[in-house]
Write a protein that binds this ligand. Structure first.
Ligand SMILES: [Zn+2]
Length: 869
């Protein structure tokens, strides 16, 4: 039912001269400023939206839409600002208040509703408009919304801020053959004249960024778990692939839900539970209550999936499910608090996933899932604090990144260690109950926890959460006659002048070597150390036998951890002898830092990896070391030295592939071999694999694997490259994968003019809509083997970054820079970036400058450390 449009003139109340309102004092800025959000949160309550979208099958046709907004207003003495900033095709048609048509002003992406038509208490606005398309991801036969962080108002008029939660009623009118999905359960469905109109039940109060819907050609899988029905919407055409994955996906959701209900003591609050698998989805997942959206690739795993990918799938499912409580039920007041929901989701995910993978070393898994990613940003000049100020929601996207997703969970683990797990859980339960269906700030949680511990959480929180960077921790070790005489740690602030001490409880590994017949082994003992001052002595270490000391032996210390000389020397030679898998992993993370700091040579790191790989038995370590070897090879080995390293590396990888005990391990070895192949021997063998003339015993390659292999062969300019690309396109059955492959093709072309045209085409936003496609193309365009010809694209890519941020989704600016710079190591490429940064005007957004600095960090270091001897 639609509002009846009465064509009445707006009734203007007569005002005396003194009282006459001159609308707002000044027009609101573009975006949603914090000041605007605060004023609105003060004035508005009891908010409801009723929305109807009529979606044509042709994605170029406008989406006719109607909306009713009702709310209580505290005072009607000022105009009311709605947000609406649609792209081309979106337009406001008319507005009514009650049954009066209203003349409104549209300014800076807002609709100004004049105070004359508002009243204190209940208000009722009705709007007719064509929806903006940008956040609707319209494809030929499906669309889905992404409104995070504040993109709902690019599609329809609303109060687009997280602390104005509303109840939503949605009606979707779509082509008959389409399925629909929304936050609420389906209430009614009518089909007539080739169209289906579906109405969904009203939701509980949720924020605008969590409102979501999707419509299109989807297949629906249903399953019952613990008395609850789960539905999975997807577009996968490979039935065997769906069949292979579906039960695991439903099981993982059900397990996550019941774990969270138990931990929080609060039942799932949003009624039905559906999820949608989107091909080429921008994120891993998005936590809309009742309608989680996922990247299809992350959930529908190939037969060759690695252990890491299986863990990754369980983690993303647990992460999004945890958001139903942390983020959806209790939401941050403002997006500066976005890290809170992310850290809780990640943190709970780690707790949830562990029981499902009893064979995994979870401390090692935590180390790899968080430390390298956090360090990749936190070691750079572009790093940021966990909690960042945010003046306007149109910059909210720049808050997201490794500091939120990887560092914050490390900090949260430190917090739990400080408070104790029981008090931590109790505090969280109180927090969730107190702020259910409402909003809260970090300080609200710290206050609840502070009451439960003697520690000073406020100053702890200041250093770890409000300040950027990591402590520089130096080990001071004196050994005589194989025994420790003195062990001490100093810490200092890398950014200086702040006088910060990173209070943390760590576990130091003391390693001793023993000889067993012909080979030596190193056993480790963990020693607790409380780093709570600039200089900390470890008296308990005195007299212990030791060959080396590793500050992060327990996998919990956070910082730029410098080893003493003796330990560094020992580890660079003997690391594979350490018997504890976690200590080996921690040593690798520490040595990688040492390489980037110029304390270890890249070719020695690569040589250590080549020696360690055949001996490594832990799958997580194998995967990580393969990753380090690949990075050391492409990013830090000078091109002239690669050919020689390629032979050695290739032999180790071929052996590893052959002797690997599981399909997932084989897949990891194969991926490293494919990505680093440079000898004619290996490349010819890969061509035979692609032609399916050669089988890899114990490893089944999927369509995605063959696509990737074809691309890697093409970038190496094998003689049959054009035939391979043509045939691969023909071979590819799945339409979404086929479209992606066709898009990426020109970026790998042997013809520089074709590559150039591909890059130029990216200046049109329409060609950047499928962000994962763009990133894949960029990675090939800037592949190290193509770097000489492609360096010219660095400068224009840097120049485009502001527009990328304006038009793209939240992770796109950082990924755009990563994909652009990841293939280079030369001094001339570094100079291009350096010159660009140096010439930035003072008005350039600081957050984007930091994005560049952090993406460029490896490149800026490479010329220095590759020359080091
Ligand atoms: Zn999340």
């Amino acid at each position: 039912m639609h509002f009846l449009w009465l064509m009445l003139p707006v009734l203007m109340t007569a005002w005396s001269g003194e009282q006459r309102p001159t609308s707002l004092e000044r027009d609101p800025d573009a975006g949603v400023s914090e000041a605007l959000a605060r004023t609105r949160a003060e004035r508005l309550s009891n908010l409801r939206y009723e929305l109807t979208f009529t979606i044509p099958s042709d994605k170029s046709q406008p989406i006719k839409s109607f909306e009713t907004i009702t709310f209580d207003l505290k005072d009607a003495s000022a105009d009311l600002v709605l947000d609406f900033s649609p792209d081309r095709g979106g337009v406001l048609r008319n507005v009514a208040s009650g049954d009066q048509m209203v003349t409104v002003r549209q300014v800076n992406g807002h609709i100004i509703v004049p105070r004359e038509v508002l009243r204190t208490g209940f208000n009722h606005l009705t709007l007719a408009f064509n929806a903006g398309s940008a956040p609707l991801n319209r494809n030929d036969d499906f669309l889905y919304t992404i409104f995070v962080p504040a993109r709902a108002h690019l599609a329809f008029p609303c109060f687009d801020q997280p602390d104005l939660k509303a109840r939503w009623t949605l009606t979707l009118d779509v082509p008959e053959s389409w399925e629909t999905l929304a936050n609420g359960a389906e209430q009614s469905r009518e089909t007539a004249d080739g169209r289906t109109k579906t109405r969904f039940v009203e939701t509980h109060p949720i924020s605008t960024y969590l409102f979501a819907f999707a419509a299109g050609r989807f297949t629906i899988e249903k399953a019952e778990r613990n008395g609850r029905t789960f539905r999975m919407f997807h577009r996968e055409t490979d039935a065997a692939k769906v069949a292979r994955n579906r039960d695991a996906i439903f099981d993982l959701h059900a397990a996550a839900l019941s774990w969270l209900e138990k931990y929080t003591g609060i039942p799932y609050s949003f009624g039905k539970f559906d999820f949608l698998l989107v091909p080429a989805f921008q994120f891993g997942g998005m936590e809309h209550p009742g309608a989680i959206f996922y990247n299809a690739t992350g959930l529908l795993l190939e037969q060759t999936a690695t252990q890491d990918q299986k863990l990754g799938r369980a983690s993303v499912i647990a992460h999004e499910t945890a958001h139903m409580w942390f983020g959806d039920l209790v939401t941050m007041t403002w997006f500066s608090g976005v890290w809170m929901k992310e850290v809780f989701a990640n943190y709970m995910a780690a707790k949830i996933v562990n029981p499902s993978f009893p064979e995994i070393n979870h401390d090692l898994r935590f180390l790899y899932a968080h430390y390298p990613g956090a360090y990749d940003v936190d070691r750079t000049a572009g790093t940021n604090e966990i909690r960042q100020p945010l003046a306007n929601l149109d910059e909210a996207g720049t808050l997201y990144g490794a500091i939120i997703y990887q560092k914050a969970p490390i900090v949260m683990r430190q917090l739990e260690a400080l408070v104790g797990p029981d008090a931590f859980q109790e505090g969280l339960r109180e927090y969730l109950n107190k702020y259910a269906f409402a909003n809260a700030r970090w300080q609200d949680l710290i206050a609840l926890l502070d009451r439960r511990t003697p520690e000073d959480l406020a100053s702890w929180s200041h250093v770890w959460v409000e300040e950027r960077g990591r402590p520089v921790v130096q080990t001071e070790l004196k050994i005589a006659d194989g025994k420790i005489q003195q062990l001490a740690y100093t810490q200092r602030d890398p950014h200086g002048g702040r006088g910060l001490i990173w209070n943390q409880r760590i576990q130091v590994a003391i390693g001793t070597e023993t000889r067993q017949s012909d080979r030596s082994r190193a056993t480790t003992t963990l020693l607790p150390v409380h780093l709570n001052a600039a200089h900390v002595e470890v008296p308990a270490a005195r007299g212990l036998p030791a060959q080396f000391v590793l500050p992060n032996g327990g996998g919990i210390a956070y910082g730029e951890l410098h080893l003493d000389r003796a330990s560094l020397r020992w580890l660079m030679t003997n690391l594979p002898e350490i018997d504890d898998a976690l200590a080996r992993g921690s040593a690798w993370v520490t040595l990688w830092d040492a390489m980037l700091d110029g304390e270890a040579q890249p070719e020695r790191i690569l040589a250590l990896a080549i020696r360690a790989l055949p001996l490594e038995r832990d799958e997580l370590n194998v995967q990580r070391v393969l990753g380090y070897a690949t990075q050391a090879y492409w990013k830090f080995t000078p091109p002239a030295a690669r050919q020689e390293a390629a032979g050695q590396l290739g032999r180790v990888l071929r052996d590893g592939l052959q002797s690997a005990s599981s399909q997932s391990l084989k897949a990891a070895w194969f991926a490293a071999l494919r990505d680093t192949a440079q000898t004619s021997d290996t490349i010819e063998w890969l061509v035979r694999v692609w032609k399916q003339q050669e089988q890899i015993p114990g490893l089944t390659l999927s369509e995605t694997d063959y696509i990737r292999l074809a691309e890697e062969l093409a970038v190496r300019d094998v003689p049959e490259r054009d035939t391979i690309l043509d045939q691969q396109l023909e071979r590819t059955k799945n339409p979404d994968r086929k479209a992606q492959f066709a898009f990426v093709g020109p970026a790998i072309s042997a013809d520089p003019r074709v590559r150039d045209a591909w890059f130029r085409s990216l200046s049109d936003v329409a060609n950047r809509r499928h962000e994962p496609w763009v990133l894949e193309g960029l990675r090939y365009l800037h592949h190290p083997l193509r770097s000489a010809g492609s360096q010219q694209y660095i400068q224009p890519s840097l120049e485009m970054l502001r527009e990328i941020q304006r038009t793209g989704d939240i992770f796109f600016p950082k990924r755009w820079m990563d994909a652009t710079l990841g293939g280079y190591q030369s001094a001339s490429a570094a100079a291009v970036v350096r010159a660009f940064i140096d010439r930035l005007p003072p008005t350039y957004p600081e957050r984007l400058r930091r994005v560049i600095l952090s993406s460029a960090d490896d490149l800026l270091r490479a010329p220095r450390i590759t020359r080091m001897h």
